[in-house]
Design a binder for this molecule. Structure first.
Ligand code: ARG
Ligand code: ZN
Length: 852
């Protein structure tokens, strides 16, 4: 039963657990509805606990039926509530033994031990282990686990190294102390794709990727990415893998991307299974990044974990930062940076500028699952990037080395993390730490003045107050800058200015001429920059900036200005600018992936945000229309070039998901869109018919859906792929994304009636509703139908899967941007969901915060 008043947990209330856990033995007898879990847990007094050890102990436990309990061999009768149990305990060390029963087959929340297509699997982060057995389920309680499993399956897996494995019985031992959230168990009829890796010190590690029979052909890429990650972490961070075995399991029903359980990573099948025929270039890149991310957690997360869940960014921010470095090294660093900033502005800025704003290290929560956010992950990674920019590359790696040395085996804090930087560099990071404690996107503006040979840049910073941070203080902002002369020569190579005050000036002397300042190169801080450059200055940066990010940014800002002028006074786009973009697209000296990004225009969500920031009310229909007009104008501009560019960048030879080939496909598919817009779907149909890979097939299909007349291709695609779950997710999502704004909600509704729709599968649910939310004009259609449809389905899903429901609620977080009518419609749906009896704690917290 749920409590009437939800409990808020505060960072400031942290106290250590009174006991340490010396060892944990778990025995599982698997059964779909009546799995028995026997636990033997050795407790000792925690010397770090201040005060007398209590004479009763609390163990978390939810939805577990206690069968029997003993302390030191004597039966005990603890007091059990919906949240756990309380039991009298002896003064010194003692052994707790318990047997519980759980029901994995009815576990639709996909947290704890649950079933997916007949296989057993677990998800324990953050607080899922308490659904498996009674335990102090907090990350600062670390222990050595031994696990035995009895079950009717050929494959029985847990963390660490196998002691005994056989059919129907297995024993696992993990020598590395870990918190319960890193526990994992998998049992099923699985097949392994195997390989080995030899570490820097010559140790051989067995690698397995376990999948359902039939998916064997989709493992090779993930395995390659794993080996590349292992090598990279040795070379760049000096981190060696620490077990004889590393297993990855693919699961179809999973609430998130993947999970870094020690030695037994569990992945959403969409985040690991790949083949050229079924996966797009973007899928491949995402899979490579997620495999790296989870692997990198072995050191940043597992060997050093978090003291409490407020410190989540300690492992997530750092690990996202590390995986972005990896992707930059494996592919194109500028393309990765630009893509990351687009994503940051789209998701994190929206969060940080709305009612869900919270610091990178939050100070309170009701449901921790609601804080696996873009702020904790992506802004958390930006903060690490800033730290590296400020202290420099060498000091960064020295400090991280010290972090590994000093805190290996610890459950650490942000204070610990910053201290290694202070100790390495002698810097005082007190002010820098505000990046962890203050919510809100800082606004940074710059004024220029030029006299004789001196340029003065005056920066002003301001973070808007929010409920989470009512009185923001000035931050330390690393501002990477360069100067370009009007003739295109570089007047100053990249230099990092360190801003610490609210207003601060920097002088550059000895200049031959007034230069154009290229500010915030590489997006050196996650801020909104206001820099009133003339269009001519931006054109200069667009053509001559040596910083690829700011080159892209100059184009992006011109594109923004163009679209805003179209929105505000119906101005036509400037042909000179369109032609400049065309020039870049045709510039064969540039990476095709970069060129594809340069042709990309700001989307409606970004424009809606910009308008809202300017105190205007965005009209979603108008934003859609302007987007269409831009695409028409671009298609016209490229009329004489699109076919040629398309043909020149079509890839011949065997498909490779690498940066070079995928960049070409990205560019040629932008051209395909222009061609289809002007001349119909003949070229797209030809590409669809001849495609030997999903990137080509689906981008052709999307053009056919947008510009074609009948559903032959869509039906053919269905017939071809109806047995492939991941491709069918694309089939569902694409129809919504390509729908006309006024048809979006109906399309989604129709798809929820399709026999292959299954709302219990998070991937399928997200395929439809993620696409609807992502289709700005459809989601915000004035009828309000999409709001209502989403709310209906959130109400349906909440009792089954609170986590996925709560996450989807963030679709409503931007409600304040829109007109009174839309606001009222959204709020009415929010209230309707909130009025649902027994609404989960997850969804209640999200919607309450969103209402503000
Ligand atoms: N630690 C996992 C990762 O970032 C994600 C776990 C998400 N858990 C959650 N309850 N949302 O790789
Ligand atoms: Zn992570």
């Amino acid at each position: 039963m749920r409590d009437a008043a939800p409990k808020t947990i505060f960072l400031s209330d942290y106290t250590p657990y009174p006991w340490t856990v010396e060892s944990v033995n778990l025995h599982f007898s698997l059964d779909p509805h009546a799995t028995r879990v026997r636990s033997v847990i050795r407790f000792a007094r925690n010397p770090a606990y201040a005060g007398d050890t209590p004479d009763t102990m609390f163990l978390h436990g939810e939805q577990v039926k206690l069968i029997s309990a003993q302390i030191d061999g004597t039966a005990v009768d603890p007091e059990v509530t919906g949240e756990g149990l309380t039991c009298a305990v002896p003064a010194g060390s003692f052994t707790w033994e318990a047997e519980v029963e759980i029901d994995p087959a009815n576990n639709t929340a996909l947290e704890g031990l649950y079933m997916s297509n007949g296989m057993y699997c677990t998800q324990c982060e953050a607080e899922g282990f308490r659904k498996i057995t009674f335990y102090p389920d907090r990350p600062d309680v670390m222990s050595v686990f031994t696990v035995t499993i009895d079950g009717p399956h050929p494959v029985l897996l847990s963390n660490g190294n196998p002691v005994k494995t056989g059919e129907h019985h297995a024993e696992w031992h993990d020598p590395w102390p870990k918190p319960a959230y890193l526990f994992a168990l998998v049992a099923g009829d699985l097949v392994a794709h195997s390989d080995t890796f030899t570490t820097m010190n010559g140790r051989q590690v067995d690698l397995n990727l376990y999948v359902r029979p039939g998916d064997e052909g989709k493992c090779a890429f993930g395995m390659g990415a794993l080996k590349a990650s292992m090598t990279w972490d040795e070379q760049v961070y000096g981190r060696e893998y620490d077990l004889d075995l590393f297993n990855i399991v693919a699961v179809d029903d999973f609430n998130m991307g993947a999970m870094e359980n020690k030695g037994l990573n569990i992945f959403n099948s969409s985040a690991v299974l790949a083949s050229p025929e079924t996966s797009t270039d973007m899928n491949f890149e995402r899979i490579e990044a997620i495999i790296a991310h989870e692997y990198f957690h072995n050191w940043t997360g597992n060997r050093i974990t978090c003291r409490d869940w407020f410190q989540l960014c300690l492992k997530e921010g750092l690990t996202v930062y590390r995986d972005s470095q990896f992707t930059s090294d494996m592919r194109s660093a500028p393309v990765k940076r630009i893509s990351d900033v687009i994503d940051l502005r789209g998701r994190q800025f929206a969060e940080d500028q709305g009612p869900l704003a919270h610091p990178v290290r939050p100070e309170s929560f009701q449901e921790i699952n609601n804080f696996y956010t873009a702020t904790v992950y992506e802004k958390g990674a930006e903060v690490i990037g800033m730290l590296k920019t400020l202290v420099g590359e060498d000091a960064y790696y020295k400090a991280v080395e010290l972090y590994f040395d000093r805190h290996d085996g610890d459950a650490a804090t942000i204070e610990d993390w910053l201290k290694v930087f202070e100790d390495t560099t002698g810097r005082d990071l007190t002010q820098f730490k505000r990046w962890y404690s203050q919510a809100g996107t800082p606004r940074l503006s710059v004024e220029e003045s030029f006299e004789l040979d001196t340029l003065t840049l005056t920066f002003t910073q301001h973070t808007p107050p929010s409920a989470a941070t009512p009185e923001p203080q000035p931050l330390v902002i690393p501002i990477a800058i360069g100067l370009i002369y009007p003739d295109g020569r570089e007047a100053l190579e990249t230099k990092v200015l360190e801003m610490t005050k609210e207003v601060q000036s920097f002088r550059f002397t000895g200049l031959e001429d007034r230069p154009v300042a290229s500010v915030l190169r590489g997006f050196s801080a996650p801020v909104v920059l206001t820099h009133d450059l003339s269009d001519a200055d931006r054109m200069l940066l667009l053509s001559a900036d040596t910083d690829p990010f700011n080159r892209w940014e100059a184009g992006n800002m011109l594109a923004r200005t163009t679209m805003l002028a179209m929105i505000r006074d119906g101005a036509a786009p400037d042909p000179a600018f369109l032609n400049a973009i065309k020039g870049i697209a045709l510039d064969e000296s540039l990476d095709p992936a970069f060129r594809a990004l340069m042709i990309n225009w700001p989307g409606p969500a970004e424009l809606a945000n910009v308008l809202h920031e300017a105190g205007e009310v965005p009209d979603p229909e108008q934003l859609f229309t302007v987007g269409e007009q831009i695409r028409d104008a671009m298609a016209e501009t490229f009329a004489d070039a699109a076919s040629d560019l398309y043909a020149r960048h079509s890839v011949s030879g065997a498909y490779q998901p690498d940066a070079a080939q995928s960049g070409k496909r990205a560019l040629s598919n932008v051209m395909l869109a222009f061609i289809s817009r002007r001349s119909g779907t003949e070229t797209a149909q030809a590409q669809f018919d001849s495609a030997d890979n999903m990137t080509q097939q689906i981008s052709a299909l999307s053009q056919i859906l947008r510009h074609g007349e009948d559903s032959t291709a869509l039906d053919a695609f269905y017939q071809q792929w109806k047995d492939d779950r991941l491709v069918m997710d694309k089939w569902f999502g694409l129809q919504v994304s390509c729908a006309k704004p006024e048809d979006g909600a109906d399309t989604a509704r129709r798809l929820t009636d399709h026999p292959d729709f299954n709302h219990k599968n998070p991937n399928r649910f997200r395929a439809v509703f993620g696409a609807l939310i992502g289709h700005h004009a459809a989601f915000h259609h004035k009828s309000g139908d999409a709001y209502t449809l989403l709310a209906d389905w959130l109400i349906t899903l909440d009792p089954l899967n609170p986590q996925t429901t709560a996450r989807m609620c963030s679709a409503f977080q931007t409600w304040k941007r829109y007109d009174a009518d839309r606001q009222a419609r959204i709020l009415a749906e929010v209230e309707r969901i909130l009025a649902t009896p027994d609404l989960s704690r997850d969804t209640t917290e999200m919607l309450t915060r969103i209402k503000g």
